[in-house]
Ligand binder design. Sequence first.
Ligand code: LMR
Length: 393
Amino acid sequence: MFSAIDMAPRDPILGITEAFNADQNPQKINLGVGVYYDDNGKVPLLSCVQKAEEILIAAPAPRTYLPIEGLAAYDKAVQELVFGADSAVIQEKRAVTVQAIGGTGALKIGADFLKRFAPDAEVYISDPSWENHRALFESAGFKVNNYAYFDSATHGVNFAGMIADIKAMPPGSIVLLHACCHNPTGADLTSAQWTEVIAAIIAGGLVPFLDMAYQGFGAGIAEDGAVVRRFAEAGGPLLVSNSFSKSFSLYGERVGALSVVAASGEEAARLMSQLKRVVRTNYSNPPVHGGKVVATVLTTPELRQLWEEELAGMRVRIKEMREAFVVKLAVKGHDFAFVRDQIGMFSYSGLNKAQVEQLRSQSIYAVDTGRICVAALNSRNIDIVIDAIAKVL
Ligand code: LMR
């Protein structure tokens, strides 16, 4: 029965890491995947994580199953981070949170949950969006459409197109939005534009699903989370997936969460029972370690402070790399000033597929769409990257 099965296409992002890993060139540079590297080109082990692990090792615990919805201390800490500790949705017990296998796992729980209760709804994602958004919602059985988002002429958001598309969506449609640090473009909405988007979504009876995988990489933890709070305050159903892969540099631990906001505490309890069913039939319950680490950091004041400082350090370094990228390309006669205005880990560089392929032949890896991970640039590799880009332009 297996003989007729075709080869699946390479994953557009993780497939690049596979090609990168196979490259024997010691000078190779991976600007493909969304991973933060420090100035030495290493994925950092955050001090707050190390200290939390020391606390956990000092009190060894058996590895029992977690509850289906995950570690209670983790789910509570996530809610407070995502909605704000003083949020009405928390006080009124209208928010439910389940620990998830990274941000992707959170999206999948949300997608399966929505498919069960809104089987005929269609999903709308930004054009472009993270490659896996479409695949993930399609694999949950949804028809996935695009709404206008990126304007390649300005390298910013095509807001008129976006808002027009949102206003044209049928009631009940599911709108996937990037809460901050838009992946792949690095182009975010302004606060005033969010006001319009929130109003249009409420007026249209749409279901917003906010994906927040990069909280803290834009303007700051609270600043980046502000839009989630605004949606929660505006009322209506809301789903929020979040991830600690990047903000805690815990990629391989797969630590994320899905939060859903209900109209009442009683409704929230029903939603939680159904979310648990989705989790139970997918992977039963989440792993222990990453959730414990994140919960320990978020609930221990000095570790929390340390995390905020370390995250700020990553954010600032990315901004410095943006600046260096713009300045160094300007010296070579190329105007990439827009990279300075983009935010988060990524830049939609404007490089086309042929140019990306040329870079790859020099062992510099980027996504075919021209997305580059600015967080993978450092003081040693930036000149190599700039020279290579200038050559292919
Ligand atoms: C990315 O966009 O590169 C990251 O979110 C990693 C992934 O899973 O694709």
